[in-house]
Design a binder for this molecule. Structure first.
Ligand code: NAP
Length: 344
């Protein structure tokens, strides 16, 4: 049993994801505590604070300057993350920043640099990585159940967000590559456990009214001829799957990214025991429900407190992900394959 004083969280932005998933996870965590709610509108912060039984509320600046707050959770539009994260780290707060951390590599570098200068930590909130179903996939791969990895395919998309959503405003970091394309990008890096060599990105459609990207596909080349094919989109039948193809087997997940805390997930494995059609076997591993937001928050708090080092280096992860996202944007402009080695 690990004993530590819970870290006190201040919330920046009364967003839907904060209310639906992150604040409930903070309240459930034994290593975190809800200290203060911040909003652009104090009245809104007051209302949410009252609903949650939290005694402190105020503006974003009030949260950043509150001496009791250890960690700031930022869940505002992507285009506002850099400025807010840097204000928080400059005020000596650790930062849990929603994905995508930002919309260009320079800005990601500047966020991490600022955190390092102020001796605090910064994490991009890819909660899905903390779900045990991916650990099961890792164990199967490492146990050589599917042989050498050849390909990774993933689709993440959902029915259309309403037209007034933040995701349709380009100047605040809108567009669905930043919002949902980032998940399969992150999961391909997680499964191959390395960084891609190149990215070719094809923006399939834009929203006709606002011009933001709503659908796209990318091909990421990895070492030893491994490849990832990733498709994302807004305005589709809900899909959040991935498949890992090896020379001796195949693993698929139907619900890889946004998993509700009461949802049983399944890792589907097919593999060969003899090299003929009858020699194929299938196994399904049920993974019991768990809250990946809670696991991520616990991991972050334990690492910050020096109680348990995370296997992920949060800052390196943020930068590596930002670099691959940058390659997508460059490929969008050039219509060519972009090599990561050319991006600094
Ligand atoms: N990890 C996940 O599963 C997950 C899921 C969904 C979204 N997200 C990420 O979380 C963030 C928020 O997404 P969301 O869908 O929850 O957003 P949302 O409900 O639209 O809330 C965004 C909040 O940002 C604040 N804000 C600050 N500047 C704003 C501006 N110029 N326009 C509009 N709102 C502004 C507002 O809070 P105040 O009015 O209180 O200041 C608003 O409530 C995004 O980065 C998104 O990519 C993550």
């Amino acid at each position: 049993m690990i004993r530590m004083n819970p870290l006190k969280f201040g919330i920046i932005g009364c967003s839907r994801i904060a209310k639906r998933s992150v604040i409930p996870a903070i309240l459930e965590s034994e290593f975190a505590e809800l200290e203060m709610i911040g909003s652009r509108t104090v009245e809104k912060a007051k209302e949410l604070a009252k609903e949650l039984g939290c005694h402190k509320y105020g503006t974003y600046e009030d949260v950043m300057s509150n001496n009791e707050v250890d960690v700031v959770y930022i869940s505002t539009p992507i285009g506002t993350h850099e400025e807010l994260a840097k204000k928080a780290t400059s005020a000596g707060k650790h930062v849990y920043c929603e994905k995508s951390s930002t919309y260009n590599l320079e800005s990601a570098k500047s966020m991490v640099e600022n955190a390092k200068q102020n001796n605090v930590r910064i994490m991009e909130g890819f909660m899905f990585r903390f779900h045990s179903q991916h650990k099961k996939v890792r164990d199967l791969i490492d146990g050589e159940k599917i042989g050498d990895l050849i390909a990774f395919n993933s689709i993440f998309g959902f029915p259309a967000f309403p037209k007034n959503d933040i995701r349709y405003t380009d100047k605040i970091g809108g567009g669905f590559l930043n919002d949902c394309g980032c998940y399969p990008v992150c999961s391909s890096r997680m499964i191959f456990n390395e960084e891609p060599l190149s990215v070719y990105y094809n923006r399939q459609s834009n929203d006709p009214e606002t011009g933001v990207d709503i659908r796209g596909t990318s091909i990421l080349k990895y070492k030893n001829d491994k490849v990832a094919t990733l498709t994302y989109g807004n305005g589709n039948f809900y899909q959040a799957n991935y498949e890992v193809w090896g020379n001796d087997g195949f693993i698929s997940l139907d619900r890889a990214y946004s998993v509700p805390p009461d949802f049983v997930t399944r890792v589907n494995l097919q593999y060969t025991v003899e090299n003929n059609w009858n020699g194929r076997r299938e196994e399904i591993f049920e993974i019991k429900p768990e809250n990946h937001f809670l696991k991520m928050i616990d991991t972050f708090c334990l690492d910050i407190s020096g109680k348990k080092k995370s296997l992920l280096n949060f800052e390196d992860e943020l930068l590596n992900q930002a670099k691959v996202m940058e390659a997508h944007r460059l490929s969008d402009k050039s219509h060519k394959e972009e090599w990561l080695s050319d991006i600094f």
